[in-house]
Design a protein around this ligand. Sequence first.
Ligand code: MN
Length: 128
Amino acid sequence: MTRTVLIIEDNEQNRYLLTFLLERRGYEVRAAQDGPSGIELARRFEPAIILLDIQLPMMDGYAVARALRAQEASAETPIVAVTSYALPGDREKAIDAGCTGYIEKPIDPETFVKQMELALVRGGKTAP
Ligand code: MN
């Protein structure tokens, strides 16, 4: 079974890199450049995993995570925040917003897919 990953990321180079790394490992990828279109793609395609940038225009990743949790199609989907924010408390903020796991940028091409898979295993369910 092919697993679909939805990438919500405004930076074109990061979208390209993540898509390349995931497709190479057998994932099917869909991508959105902003929160509202990502939320819509999540509703239409029900991906197995969502990779969510936190620094997005208009609607930040925390707001996107809350909206994804509020719609039935993505209420239970694992969401992994991918962010360059590295302040203490940012991980907790992402988890509080509904994210399952958290990966810090810069993206390491050698280990990213493994990090994503580990974030899913470690993350488990988040409290409502
Ligand atoms: Mn960004």
